[in-house]
Design a protein around this ligand. Structure first.
Ligand code: CO
Length: 344
């Protein structure tokens, strides 16, 4: 089937293992050239904007109406998965092919360089020319839909986050001659702090917190650590919970990235075809950043449909999986949602 063949073609670019199409690399360029050929073959008007984003338009009957876009990104992390980003682009193309001309102009977009900070969609938002509505189909990249036993999920919002570091100061000493009582071991204190970070996240619904880096000084096996610096990454689905998490882990509020709520109208348009198929509607926040969040922050009515992840929710890995059946169902639901939104 064409959709799966196209996913295979994109996956093969850049060589294995996994997907290797880093943003703005020659491999991402090749993916964009390939997708541009598919868009032209589908009869769409193809343009590339200043940031290198690829857009294929199907002009509507009423050009006064705001545009309705679907799509995702074609770059990947090193040794990434088959579906992350690529699925949203190839599925969007299938949906437009089925829908044909509508009142509203429809478009499939492939944003550049999503993985390293959404520079393509940020560039587009800075230079203008945004659609009224954007719908992104994406691999869930997590285990929740599998746990709920359902193939599709409607995203409520993209989490906000704050990253930072904390430093704990202690006092160095000889590991052999300094008695245990009275030590000021900075790493022991940091270990207690890190457990408190975990507990803080457990006490705030849908919040997560991670310590991923630890620097221990002076770093000798026979020296009591006198200084420890650790990284913090905290995320929460709304501004209030994000603020609570930031305070709980002892970071400053400044420089936080706000959560982006998904549009009520897009959520409703995604729920309807899921309900119509007799499936449970699961709504969930996205813990990862996405182009849809960037567009939402710029005022676009944005929404996302997640397809259930196989392999325990693994993503950013060649092990990333989704069943063909779930993927085809997601394309059907995306198509129906776009039909509803195009008629608004
Ligand atoms: Co992605």
């Amino acid at each position: 089937m064409r959709l799966f063949e196209r996913l295979d073609e994109l996956y093969a670019i850049g060589g294995g293992p996994g997907a290797n199409r880093i943003g703005y690399s020659a491999a991402e360029d090749r993916a964009h050239e390939l997708a541009a050929a598919w868009l032209r073959e589908a009869g769409l008007d193809v343009t590339v904007d200043e940031s290198g984003n690829l857009i294929g338009r199907l002009p509507g009957a009423d050009l006064e109406l705001s545009e309705l876009w679907t799509g995702s990104h074609l770059d990947s992390v090193p040794q990434g998965g088959r579906y992350d980003g690529a699925l949203g682009v190839v599925a969007g193309l299938e949906a437009l092919d089925r829908l044909g001309q509508r009142r509203r102009t429809l478009a499939v977009v492939a944003f550049r360089d999503e993985e390293r900070g959404c520079s393509g969609s940020r560039g587009r938002c800075a230079s203008g020319g945004l659609p009224g509505t954007f719908v992104e189909l994406h691999h869930e990249q997590g285990p929740r839909l599998a746990a709920a036993g359902t193939p599709l999920g409607v995203v409520t919002g993209i989490v906000g986050y704050k990253r930072g570091t904390r430093t704990i100061q202690g006092r160095a000493g000889h590991a052999g001659t300094t008695p245990m009582l009275g030590r000021q071991d900075a790493l022991v204190a940091a270990a207690e702090e890190i457990l408190r970070v975990r507990d803080a996240a457990l006490s705030v619904k849908d919040a997560v917190a991670t310590v991923g880096q630890l620097e221990v000084e002076p770093g000798g096996t026979n020296v009591i650590p006198n200084r420890v610096t650790f990284s913090l990454d905290v995320r929460a689905p709304d501004a209030e919970r994000l603020g609570r998490m930031i305070a709980a882990v002892g970071l400053e509020d400044a420089g936080r990235t706000e959560p982006a709520a998904m549009s009520d109208s897009v959520r409703a348009a995604l729920r309807a075809p899921i309900e119509a198929r007799g499936l449970p509607v699961v709504e969930l926040p996205s813990g990862a950043g996405h182009d849809a969040g960037i567009l939402a922050a710029a005022g676009v009515d944005a929404g996302m449909l997640f397809v259930r992840a196989g392999a325990d929710g693994v993503s950013h890995s060649p092990d990333e999986a989704a069943s063909d059946e779930d993927v085809l169902l997601a394309v059907d639901v995306l198509t129906d949602a776009l039909e509803l939104l195009s008629a608004r």
